[in-house]
Design a protein around this ligand. Structure first.
Ligand code: SF4
Ligand code: SF4
Ligand code: SF4
Length: 348
């Protein structure tokens, strides 16, 4: 049974169990969030998504509030706006004013909200954190917990999607901070360097180490592609700048893997422009490989195939090839080479 409620004077419907936040977004009503992410369990931690609900006391986090029959919700009253500005000002009171050099600039959810709500950097004279920058030796994830807003998206992404439970919140009060395991290095805490925590981090607290300084998000052209490493068929976005792939980012629409990737898919792309890559065919002559033209190489292969027709020939197809390519391989083997000697690595 759909639930009927009113949001900002508009009559809308929600599904049983749906949050007020989701009902808002489904109906084109924008509500800001930081700790919330649609892929992760809502926790109502940052309080940026607060709304007013008639006949309910105080301001309520809409991400954890189930939509109720007859509810009357207001998302942009002066009280709501003031609360959101206060939340952002509090976050900035212990945040480095570092957007100019920050890796996340241009792709930072905190920065976007601060701009949207026109919050000024507070002249805060109180205590600030000063954590060592880049302290974790993980080769792929760069840490700067001075920029952490304790939203716990990294904790939930690692636990709920990657299943590694590396991150947690340690210590108490002002000393609260994100820790790996019992406050050890990420790798020691069981991290497999998938980079998912960095992908879900809304600020520059966790970023991809190999692509640091290689371009802002708005300088990259994103090209969606399928990973070539194995047969799972994960998809992601190549981030291309000046004709070169400089980074891989998750593409949440990927049907097989969503935002998740393994360390090879996310970080193992340097081979694309590596100087050692072969760009011309090599033919073995007198025991040594020598460069040749494509015409010479293809003629040689055709000659060898012609001499090997029948059951002395076999093909091993590959999970790294597309279905269409694998189809062509078996067709070629049966129709051209005259043999049913066809196998595939996935059968092993
Ligand atoms: S994390 Fe965001 S707000 Fe903080 S310095 Fe970096 S870009 Fe600026
Ligand atoms: S890189 Fe992956 S495994 Fe390691 S902490 Fe982040 S999400 Fe967890
Ligand atoms: S490291 Fe990033 S994702 Fe994790 S709690 Fe801090 S801001 Fe949130």
């Amino acid at each position: 049974m759909p639930i009927n409620l009113t949001i900002d004077g508009k009559a809308v419907q929600a599904r049983e169990g749906q949050s007020v936040l989701d009902a808002c977004r489904q109906n084109g009503i924008s509500v800001p969030t930081l700790c919330h992410h649609p892929d992760l369990t809502p926790v109502g931690g940052c309080r940026l998504c607060v709304v007013e609900v008639e006949k309910m006391r105080g301001l309520i986090a809409s991400c954890t509030l189930p939509a109720g029959e007859g509810m009357v919700v207001h998302t942009d009253t002066p009280k709501v706006i003031a609360e959101r500005k206060f939340v952002l000002e509090m976050l900035l009171s212990d945040h480095p004013n570092d957007c100019m050099t920050c890796e996340q600039d241009g792709d930072c959810e905190l920065q976007n909200h601060v701009y949207e709500y026109q919050v000024q950097w507070p002249q805060h004279k109180g205590k600030r954190h000063s954590y060592p920058i880049g302290a974790d030796p993980n080769p792929f994830v760069f840490t700067d917990f001075n920029k952490c807003i304790l939203c716990t998206r990294c904790v939930r992404a690692c636990a709920e999607i990657q299943g590694r439970n590396v991150w947690g919140v340690g210590f108490r009060g002002f000393n609260d901070r994100i820790v790996a395991g019992a406050d050890v290095a990420m790798l020691e805490a069981g991290c497999e360097s998938c980079g998912l925590c960095a992908a879900y981090c809304p600020t520059g607290a966790l970023t991809d180490k190999p692509s640091r300084g290689k371009g802002r998000a708005y300088q990259m052209k994103k090209v969606t592609t399928t990973c070539t490493y194995c047969g799972v068929g994960c998809q992601f976005d190549l981030n291309v700048r000046k004709g070169k792939v400089v980074k891989v980012t998750s593409n949440r629409q990927a049907p097989v893997n969503g935002a998740a990737l393994c360390v090879k898919g996310r970080y193992g792309h340097e081979f694309i422009h590596h100087k050692d890559r072969l760009t011309k065919p090599l033919i073995k002559k007198d025991g040594a490989f020598v460069e040749s033209s494509w015409d010479e190489a293809l003629d040689l292969v055709a000659q060898k195939f012609a001499a090997a027709q029948g059951d002395s020939f076999a093909v091993l197809a590959s999970a790294k090839a597309t279905n269409e390519e694998n189809y062509l391989i078996q067709k070629f083997s049966r129709a051209v080479m005259g043999t049913n000697n066809v196998d595939h690595c996935a059968r092993l």
